[in-house]
Design a protein around this ligand. Structure first.
Ligand code: LMR
Length: 415
């Protein structure tokens, strides 16, 4: 008999459940009729149902009924009609970087995949030795998944000041001072718009000041753009910071997701765009992105990219998409206004609630404590992350009254 021990995995520690997905699972299992899911950032219509964008339905029908449709592999770097349109969408059709051939675009497994490939590319090729510490800086707080994505590719994360709990707004002076003091050529992960989880974005004037310091210090900006169009209802307005930084010559890359703005959560449609100083560098960068993609997914999934390529390259469908985006953004903005009205006018909830209408995008950082967040879940069956973040898209005319009442009670210590 062999004395070799077979692997029992007994040294593998049990990992904690994902803090965002576990809320969805718990919500689904909860039989309470008035339960509310404000956890994951996924759009719901006013009847609390996932919304298939009418333009997506239309484009899907066209794609699936195309007699030329086959199921061959896409090129390693993705569907060219998709990646080129995706680049124009975020950078603007007249972007100098695009016109000069300085952008390397690859299709990714949505925004998460773009973050991963982008972080992996930096991990391999960024010249960390020339002054820059081998870390990337993320906002405090940030999307929880950033931590494991960067850790997974050997780039530890540290945080920069971002959110000011006292004002429930941007800690702008501390943010700027941090960028100024960071070693030259540091890597900063920045949310392009609709900051997740706070909903707090810099103003255009503040962005301009951030860009000045970033350029002066030679920092690298890793833009995470998951909410273009979803924040304000306007694709161009939400891409303003990215385009401005490109115009100013800030070295950067952009992670792009179509989960929220096209409601294509499950299809994993996204792209990574790296802007280089020269077209020659862009060719080299893209060749390496192809290797990274090939080793992980061989080539990306075709279906969602075909749907988005059709929508973005067809003038009529593109206009229809913009209207659908507005529908979602406007419903969320209406929920912000209604929640603010309920808290301030009807319930006269203690405290200042103006941040609810000032914040932008899918999420609102309510400013309530971890304990109060947990109480809402345990006593009122309202599911939200323990940092007090709520997904505004989970509110609707049927549940907003209940939510406001429970929030009011928890703030008063009466729940
Ligand atoms: C969220 O923060 O809820 C979304 O971005 C969904 C996710 O993947 O975490």
């Amino acid at each position: 008999m062999s004395t070799v021990q077979v692997e029992k995995w007994d040294s593998v520690p049990l990992a904690p459940a994902d803090p965002i997905y576990k809320l969805t699972y718990a919500y689904k299992d909860d039989p309470f009729p008035k339960k509310v899911n404000l956890g994951v950032g996924a759009y719901r219509d006013d009847s609390n149902k996932p919304w298939v964008l009418p333009v997506v339905k239309k484009a899907t029908d066209i794609v699936l009924n195309d007699p030329a449709l086959d199921h061959e592999y896409l090129p390693i770097t993705g569907l060219p009609d998709f990646t080129s349109a995706a680049a124009r969408l975020v950078l603007g059709p007249d972007s100098p970087a695009l016109l000069e051939g300085r952008v390397s675009s690859v299709q990714t497994i949505s925004g998460t995949g773009a973050n991963h490939v982008g972080a992996l590319f930096l991990s391999r090729f960024y010249r960390w030795d020339e002054g820059a510490p081998r870390v990337a800086y993320v906002s405090d707080p940030t999307w929880v998944n950033h931590f494991q994505i960067f850790r997974g590719v050997g780039v530890p994360l540290e945080t920069y000041p971002y959110y000011d709990a006292a004002t429930i707004g941007l800690a702008f002076d501390r943010y700027l001072a941090f960028i100024k003091a960071a070693p030259p050529r540091s890597v900063f992960v920045v949310h392009a718009c609709a900051h997740n989880p706070t909903g707090v974005d810099p103003t255009r004037e503040q962005w301009a000041q951030i860009a000045d310091v970033v350029l002066e210090r030679g920092h690298y900006v890793f833009f995470d753009s998951a909410y273009q169009g979803f924040a304000s209802g306007d694709l161009d307005a939400d891409a303003w910071a990215v385009r401005e930084f490109v115009k100013l010559g800030v070295p950067l890359l952009i992670c792009q997701s179509f989960a929220k703005n096209a409601g294509l959560y499950g299809e994993r449609v996204g792209a990574l765009h790296i802007v280089s100083p020269s077209p020659e560098a862009a060719v080299r960068v893209k060749s390496q992105l192809a290797i990274l993609t090939r080793s992980e997914i061989s080539s990306p999934p075709a279906y969602g990219a075909r749907v988005m390529a059709l929508i973005m390259n067809n003038a009529e469908l593109f206009e229809e998409w913009k209207r659908d985006i507005k529908t979602m953004a406007e419903r969320i903005i209406a929920m912000r206004k209604e929640l603010h009205r309920l808290l301030t006018e009807e319930l006269k909830t203690p405290g200042n609630w103006d941040h609810i209408v000032k914040q932008i995008g899918m999420f609102s950082f309510t400013g309530i404590s971890t304990e109060q967040s947990l109480t809402l879940t345990e006593k009122a069956h309202i599911y939200l992350t323990t940092n007090g973040r709520i997904s505004m898209a989970g509110l609707n005319s049927g549940n907003i009254g209940y939510f406001a009442e429970c929030l009011d009670k928890v703030v008063r210590g009466q729940l």
